[in-house]
Design a protein around this ligand. Structure first.
Ligand SMILES: Nc1ncnc2c1ncn2[C@@H]1O[C@H](COP(=O)(O)OP(=O)(O)OP(=O)(O)O)[C@@H](O)[C@H]1O
Length: 290
């Protein structure tokens, strides 16, 4: 069985009167990638930085096994330092080896001798990730790692994350990019109102609660929506009637039976399931209406 890389129990943090974290718990095993999600201001950065030890927590327990690497949401280096100098400096401070393969993959060599102030936002983020990988950490924290990266930078980072996972590195990342989360992560921890509102795999989040599907149907003449029990007519779009159903099989059967019995020709039919982003928005909206 894989070993635990991170255990967080009952993490609490307040800023003055504002209680931001009200008992957040999570665990991460080696080789596992988890996403910390939540709307703006949910406390993701606060949680990450309390776990990293960069902010003091009010209470709670944090256990980290092995070496920790961190890429902060925003960080800076001296304006005139060059990428290779920064990497050497951090290597000497940290006492570990540089990850040359990752540096090549992240395009650090191509940055040449440009000073830090002349790097673009995306180039700075790549450099900060290379710095976080010095000493081959067994646990890595990434706060919105692909923010500001171009398509190639994003793909390179995803390849890196896959490579790190393969060698057993556990990764906790905060992200707003649902496609990235769905593609990379084994686990989602969703923060809402200072607590963990959901913890599980992306597919478990998709199946939780009212999932449902949308059926788009194009017919020769409109169907009588009043006759439906398993589908709800929600409107029209580009010549298609739109229906929502919680029971896809029953809903489809009902629509097609109705069309046949009314002598209506079905010209096209499409089914769309809820996306991870839809599920995330459901959680975020529940928070707003509280
Ligand atoms: N140093 C601070 N002092 C007071 N309040 C703070 C401080 N840092 C954060 N907050 C507040 O705590 C809450 C959580 O902030 P945090 O940055 O952790 O959220 P987040 O989920 O990372 O947000 P985002 O998605 O926008 O990055 C916010 O309401 C924020 O205004």
């Amino acid at each position: 069985m894989s070993k635990s890389a991170l255990t967080v129990q009952n993490l609490c943090k307040r800023y003055g009167e504002k209680e931001v974290l009200k008992g957040v718990s999570l665990t991460l095993k080696e080789g596992e990638i988890a996403a910390l999600l939540g709307p703006n201001g949910a406390g993701k950065t606060t949680a990450l930085e309390c776990i990293e030890g960069l902010r003091t927590r009010d209470s709670g327990r944090v256990e980290i096994s092995g070496r920790l690497g961190v890429q902060l949401q925003s960080s800076s280096l001296p304006a005139t330092i060059r990428p290779q100098e920064a990497l050497e400096l951090f290597r000497r401070w940290n006492g570990g080896e540089r990850d040359r393969e990752a540096e090549t993959e992240l395009g650090i060599d191509a940055l040449g001798k440009r000073p830090y102030r002349a790097l673009s936002t995306g180039q700075k983020r790549r450099l900060h990730l290379a710095l976080a990988l010095i000493g081959r950490p067994s646990l890595l924290f990434l706060d919105e790692p692909t923010a500001g990266l171009d398509v190639e930078g994003r793909a390179a980072l995803h390849r890196q994350i896959g490579r790190l996972k393969e060698r057993g590195c556990a990764i906790l990342l905060a992200s707003h990019d649902m496609a990235e989360v769905e593609r990379l992560c084994d686990q989602i921890v969703l923060l809402k109102g200072g607590r963990v509102a959901f913890s599980g795999s992306p597919s478990e989040l998709l199946c939780q609660g009212e999932t449902g599907a949308q059926i788009s149907l194009k017919t020769s003449i409109p169907l009588d929506a009043a006759a439906l029990h398993n589908c709800r007519f929600t409107g029209e779009h580009q010549g298609y009637a739109l229906y929502r159903t919680q029971q896809l099989g029953e809903g489809l059967w009902e629509l097609l039976s109705l069309a046949r019995s009314a002598g209506v020709r079905v010209e096209d039919l499409r089914v769309e399931h809820q996306s991870l982003e839809d599920r995330f928005l459901d959680f975020a909206q529940q928070e707003e209406t509280k």
